[in-house]
Design a protein around this ligand. Structure first.
Ligand code: AMP
Length: 709
């Protein structure tokens, strides 16, 4: 540290050189304390002293704007002007990891790996952080780019937002630069950005207080916070990082993963201290077991342990499969199972009137988030599982997200607990519930049921449908209650004033009602506006026509890409569409012929909701992809399209879409976490396209124009 030039804070005027030196010294000092605080969790000075250094630097920079530099700690927001979220092609692909589900599979992998190498080797074991992957580029020691993983080949530019995350250095520390073969080299380090459990909970609590829906888990919260348009929003979210990899290890003097982690620490990155270098498979096994036992007590979420062959030389020899390194495995924890008390079974009325029993639980934390409710699906399921109010029950997360009730702990059943029965009346409108022959669900068949109307409105705004960002269930319910929203077309005549003045149902300290406010209102208006341009298949799904799910919506739109064309289609025409049978065709016709529905559809069109697919206007779409077969694999995370939606849009241009790869396949489109179809494509030499390629293809309608052929 350049202590000498730290003198001078006694108010004496500094000359130009003195000012420059003082600014430099202050920056170094602040960077050092930021590093100690965020990356080392070991602050050496008080917050007040830190703030005072920052204030002085800010004042000097204000007085001498010529000294401002984008790497200054004052410039985390606004010090860099980049194109937010534009595509970034990774210099080296960001791979996924193969999984070992359970310790047995882990042991098998370890034995296989040691055998393939031919002698015992050390393994580096790290926690598998449950966040979002990030790649940071530094040129000559200065942060120049931050990108998400995206589909592994192309990610999104999130530099502006990542700069606000305080545990990443804007400039590498000297000790790290000294570890580089060439100090001016461009390097890309990789790791995970995550949200600590406690911050995730307070963020969700704050969202609930404003009547908004929170994030499903800390991973989504991290990814969502990173994708904010306004960097000050990201800055206000408590995001942290752990760095653990480099795209290409050539510029670093490191021979192993263990050395690399040490070097990353020298650079000033936050490196997870919970790592272990194990000399034997047995040690790896024990470490994984031990971590599984204490995962709950960690302040951030993890979903396993990543085991890597430590030596870079051996890693290079082993190489990669199409999707993952051969020298690493992710040991995944079995889903957590927790017990809690079933306080009640309530019933929910769906948008089609179907009644769903819901378990109301004493809140319990399962795999990183708090579970208080879980669907019990239908009456038969409640009886089959034999869960009764008052029971102690076992819950877990199915597929990491949806809470599931496994069953009761019978030995703890309270005396007198009786089997649950469906209520006779709809809890919303009081009409008798009916169960049609052969159906599992009970239904409220009243057309005036307010609960169904609200559910239809929620459905329209939901992610898979029109995706009106921020329009959570509570806000919709309030809009309905206050008479501002009756049917889905009403969304498009809401004014900012209507929304800003909506009562949230809460009161402030003075006992006055709290309104939604103009900031949220403006955001909602923007989201509503954006929803007008959703593909026509989403409109069909969003309308809530019985039996028309997301996939069917897309299939119908591929055959009839506009509302006018669909209105003219007969029941027979509809039944002939791939994936649409007689029952669905009947349901669509019945919906389209109901005068109230026609009126809503008409108003949607007048208010600007796009009732046709742009590239597929009319019925004569140019068949530019005729004769070409595509196979889709992985998920299309950037656009949020389902594979069926993408497939339907390709088909509309004459392409064939197949479920399996063969020599005849023209192209494989690989989204995130692409599976064995990707491997097969590589083996057969079939060209592989990224999601970005697909989007360009859909937009331009031609392989040439999309730069593919
Ligand atoms: P998955 O998404 O399940 O295929 O797992 C692969 C992802 O795990 C990688 O892309 C990383 O984002 C993430 N990950 C979390 N912690 C680590 C770690 N310590 N080493 C490698 N990858 C990790």
């Amino acid at each position: 540290m350049d202590q000498d030039s730290l003198f001078g804070s006694d108010g004496q005027a500094l000359d130009a050189d003195g000012t420059r030196a003082r600014v430099r010294a202050l920056r170094k000092e602040i960077e050092h304390h930021t590093y100690l605080y965020y990356a080392k969790d070991a602050p050496e000075i008080s917050d007040a002293a830190f703030d005072s250094l920052m204030r002085e630097l800010r004042e000097l920079e204000q007085a001498h704007p010529e000294l401002i530099d984008p790497t200054s700690p004052t410039q985390r927001v606004g010090g860099y002007v980049g194109e937010q979220f534009s595509p970034v092609r990774h210099a080296v692909r960001m791979y996924s990891l193969d999984n070992a589900m359970g310790l047995e599979e882990l042991d098998e992998w370890l034995a296989r790996t040691v055998e393939a190498i031919g002698h015992p080797v050390p393994f580096c074991c790290e926690l598998k952080i449950d966040g979002s992957s990030i790649a940071l580029t530094y040129e000559a020691g200065v942060l120049t780019k931050a990108a998400t993983r995206g589909d592994g080949t192309t990610g999104e530019d999130v530099t502006v937002n990542m700069r606000t995350v305080r545990d990443i250095p804007l400039r590498l520390r000297d000790a790290g630069i000294e570890g580089l073969v060439d100090p001016d080299a461009s390097i890309e380090v990789r790791g995970e950005v995550y949200m600590p459990k406690r911050s995730f909970e307070s963020l969700n609590a704050a969202a609930a207080a404003q009547g908004r829906q929170g994030f499903a888990n800390p991973r989504n919260a991290a990814a969502g916070s990173l994708r904010q348009k306004d960097p000050t929003v990201t800055q206000g979210r408590d995001l942290s990082t752990f760095l653990y990899a480099i795209a290409d290890d050539a510029p670093v003097r490191a021979e192993s993963q263990w050395d690399l982690l040490k070097w990353l620490g020298d650079c000033g990155f936050h490196v997870n201290p919970d790592v272990k270098r194990c000399d034997t498979p047995e040690e790896v096994h024990r470490f994984c077991e031990e971590v599984a036992d204490r995962r709950d007590s960690l302040p951030y979420g993890i979903d396993g342990v990543v085991v890597k062959v430590d030596s870079f030389a051996i890693q290079r020899e082993m190489g990669f499969t199409a999707r993952a390194p051969r020298w690493a495995i992710a040991y995944k924890f079995p889903p957590e199972e927790k017990t809690t008390v079933l306080r009640d079974i309530s019933v929910q009325v769906g948008r089609t009137g179907a009644i769903t029993p819901v378990a109301e639980l004493d809140p319990v934390r399962v795999d990183g988030s708090v579970v208080a409710r879980a669907t019990l699906h239908n009456l038969d399921e409640v009886h089959r599982k034999d869960v009764r109010v008052g029971d102690t029950i076992i819950v877990r997360k199915a597929g990491d997200v949806i809470p599931e009730v496994l069953g009761p702990v019978l030995s703890l059943r309270p005396e007198g607990a009786i089997p649950w029965e469906m209520p006779a009346m709809c809890p919303s409108c009081g009409s008798p519930l009916v169960r049609e022959d052969g159906e599992a669900a009970f239904r409220c068949v009243s057309i005036d049921c307010p609960a169904q109307a609200t559910e239809r409105l929620i459905h329209w705004a939901s992610r898979g449908a029109m995706d009106i960002d921020g329009m959570g269930e509570e806000i919709v319910a309030r809009l309905v209650e206050s008479g501002r929203l009756t049917d889905v077309a009403d969304y498009y005549s809401l004014s900012e004033y209507d929304l800003a003045t909506l009562e949230t149902g809460r009161t402030n300290k003075e006992g006055e009602p709290v309104h939604l406010g103009s900031t949220i209102a403006a955001k909602l208006i923007a989201s509503i506006e954006a929803s007008k341009a959703r593909p026509f298949g989403r409109v069909l799904f969003g309308l809530g026509i019985r039996h028309v799910g997301k996939t069917t919506g897309a299939q119908i739109a591929a055959a009839y890409p506009s509302m006018d064309a669909l209105m003219r289609a007969s029941e027979e025409d509809l039944a002939a569409i791939d994936g649409v049978g007689g029952i669905i065709a009947k349901s669509i016709r019945a919906f389209l012929e109901t005068p109230d529905n026609r009126e809503v559809i008409h108003r949607l069109g007048v208010l600007g909701v796009r009732m046709e697919d742009v590239r597929t206007e009319g019925e004569d779409v140019p068949q530019t992809l005729a004769g070409i077969t595509f196979v889709l694999t992985g998920s299309l995370v950037e656009s949020g399209m389902t594979r069926d939606e993408a497939g339907s849009r390709l088909k509309a241009m004459g392409a064939k879409v197949s479920g399996s790869v063969s020599k005849k396949t023209g192209y494989v489109i690989a989204g995130e976490a692409a599976g064995s179809k990707y491997d097969k494509a590589v083996a057969l030499g079939v060209p592989v396209l990224s999601e970005a390629d697909l989007l360009r293809l859909l937009e331009t309608g031609s392989l040439e124009a999309a730069g593919i052929a």
